[in-house]
Design a protein around this ligand. Structure first.
Ligand code: MN
Length: 138
């Protein structure tokens, strides 16, 4: 007997989509594999400017946003997305390395909805992801 809630294109249930914005290759791979294994469809970029375009074009269900990016800061990305009526409803979880005092406040002030410090705890991280996806569910 199959579980009733398999999320697959075959039974017409759309996978929830997560946009990962991360310029560190290893972190990107870890996040991608972890979330893919848990059934999410993944979009990826390592640049803030591209994150803005992808958020508008694909309207993902959730954005995981690294704060240190090579072009524009993740904080700027968050502010821009939250200023745009087309993207402001997408929940954003900030992901930061080398967490400094005040990072979480800065992320939340910039419009991020949640905050996770690297290295991530897998169990807590998945819990955070699920909690934001269920809030945005139709
Ligand atoms: Mn980075």
């Amino acid at each position: 007997m199959y579980p009733l809630t398999i999320e697959s294109p075959q039974n017409g249930v759309k996978k929830q989509t997560i946009l990962i914005v991360e310029d560190n290759t290893l972190n990107m791979m870890l996040l991608n594999d972890l979330l893919e294994v848990h059934g999410y469809a993944i979009l990826k970029t390592s640049h803030g400017a591209e994150a803005l375009t992808m958020a508008r074009d694909y309207h993902p269900d959730l954005i995981l946003l690294d704060i240190q990016l090579p072009d524009i800061s993740g904080l700027e990305v968050a502010r821009t997305l939250k200023d745009d009526h087309e993207t402001r409803d997408i929940p954003i979880i900030a992901v930061t390395a080398f967490a400094m005092p005040g990072d979480e406040e800065k992320a939340l002030e910039s419009g991020c909805d949640g905050y996770v410090a690297k290295p991530i705890s897998v169990h807590r991280f998945l819990g955070t992801v699920r909690s934001f996806l269920s809030r945005s569910a139709p």
